[in-house]
Design a protein around this ligand. Structure first.
Ligand code: GLC
Length: 422
């Protein structure tokens, strides 16, 4: 694959924040998108969801408006998840939205709605397929413990399945205009698993790059070379992720509001809006993007818990997005209880004050470097002192710049000090 990464990925690393959408039949049982695996549900028993799938409150314009308001710049939507159900009108299967009571290409409506809001479009496409007749039973299949497993695999042909994937990916990348991201999921080589030989990953990625030369492809195809983007999951690295040259890699952490990706009615470990905003800051300060997931309900709407988290982003991003877009790792050691981001274009440093104390804020290494400091959300000036200016008694170390914070924490989820460097 051609590797002109920086140019191709520039929009992506500038954007920093996207919406992940997991939506499929599993939204109906509402107990996690792995439900067929976890509960070992047979194809026959799972059919009821297909027969009754009728998202009467589906309005992707609402999803797109919420994403836009939250400050998200792109969306990655599950065109197909492990269950094998396709949200679009694929010619290569009957297991698709058009054949349910929904009776239409839901993917197209999602794409249109998000594009209309100016967001870039990514397709998640599952490499696993627990519905396809050629997909061999393996360690993740719902039938993995069946006594007649060998028998079940008779006549199944992964070569045909690999062709099916190429056919479907061709549809996705030729019938929906420019697609900005292709997000394959996932490989599990080894015993009873599947990897690049099963997916025919080389052919698949070649096809993707041929059909959409500017597209960004993730790293889950089990290929030996460096991917466009590395995708840690439910995990925020404490340091920047590096590529083989030792530079900050292009990476994107994907995270959930609660533990599940698909809609999960009874999951109660929802993150607060504050935690969500902090996660975004943490990702960007380590040089990464955040792909934050929503799992719409079976009726097609985003439930109140998801909307509340998205609204938390909206409130904060309205005033503070300057510390996110175009920003990455800062070339300074972070002050206590603070998280930094830095915009190399504007040469501005963003100090996110994670725990407000009305004391002076000492920024190591910044003496003599600060031209002006202000609270980002309201643009109000902050005074500062530096030992180099003759105020040595105020500074704890000789090289720090000391910002004087107001006594009362400003009314914003996480306050940000914007430092305009010399
Ligand atoms: C996890 C989940 C899977 C989801 C993926 C997104 O692997 O198990 O269902 O699609 O994360 O990265």
């Amino acid at each position: 694959m051609s590797k002109k990464k920086t140019k191709r990925t520039q929009w992506f690393t500038d954007a920093r924040f996207g919406m992940f959408i997991h939506w499929g039949l599993y939204a109906m049982p509402a107990r996690h998108e792995w439900i067929r695996n976890r509960e070992r549900i047979s194809k026959e028993d799972y059919q009821i969801y297909f027969d009754l799938f009728d998202p009467d409150l589906f309005n992707p314009k609402e999803w797109a408006a919420a994403a836009k308001a939250a400050g998200m710049k792109y969306v990655v939507v599950t065109s197909k998840h492990y269950e094998g159900f396709c949200l679009w009108d694929s010619r290569y299967t009957d297991y698709k939205a058009t054949n349910t009571p929904a009776k239409r290409d839901l993917l197209r409506e999602i794409v249109d709605a998000f594009r209309a809001e100016g967001l870039k479009i990514g397709f998640y496409y599952s490499l696993l397929d627990w519905h396809h007749p050629d997909f061999t039973v393996d360690r993740y299949s719902p039938e993995r413990d069946a006594p007649n497993k060998a028998e079940l695999n008779e006549g199944r042909d992964m070569r045909r399945y690999a062709q099916y994937m190429r056919d479907q990916v061709t549809e996705l990348l030729t019938e929906y205009g420019t697609i900005d991201i292709m997000w394959f999921d996932f490989s599990y080589p080894g015993e009873d698993g599947k990897g690049h030989e099963d997916w025919e990953s080389e052919k698949l990625i070649e096809l993707v790059c041929k059909l959409q030369p500017e597209i960004i492809v993730n790293n889950r195809l089990d290929l030996p070379y460096e991917p466009d983007v590395t995708t840690p999951e439910q995990f925020t690295p404490s340091e920047p992720i590096k590529d083989s040259d030792g530079n900050v890699a292009v990476w994107e952490g994907c995270q959930t509001f609660s533990g599940s990706w698909g809609y999960h009615r009874d999951e109660s470990t929802w993150k607060t809006p504050r935690v969500c905003v902090e996660m975004l800051i943490n990702h960007v300060s380590r040089g990464g993007n955040l792909l934050m997931n929503v799992g719409p309900t079976g009726r097609g709407f985003l439930d109140a818990r998801a909307l509340q988290c998205l609204d938390g982003y909206a409130q904060w991003m309205k005033y503070c997005s300057r510390s996110i877009y175009g920003c990455g790792v800062a070339p300074f050691e972070e002050a206590k209880n603070c998280r930094y981001t830095y915009n190399p274009e504007t040469n501005r440093l963003y100090v996110h004050v994670l725990s407000w104390s009305p004391a002076d804020l000492h920024l190591p290494g910044l003496a003599g470097k600060v031209r002006y400091a202000q609270l980002l959300h309201d643009g109000s000036q902050l005074s500062f002192h530096e030992k180099t200016q003759g105020y040595g008694t105020y500074a704890i170390t000789s090289d720090s710049c000391t910002i004087h914070l107001p006594i009362i924490q400003p009314d914003i989820l996480i306050p940000v000090v914007e430092i305009i460097l010399k």
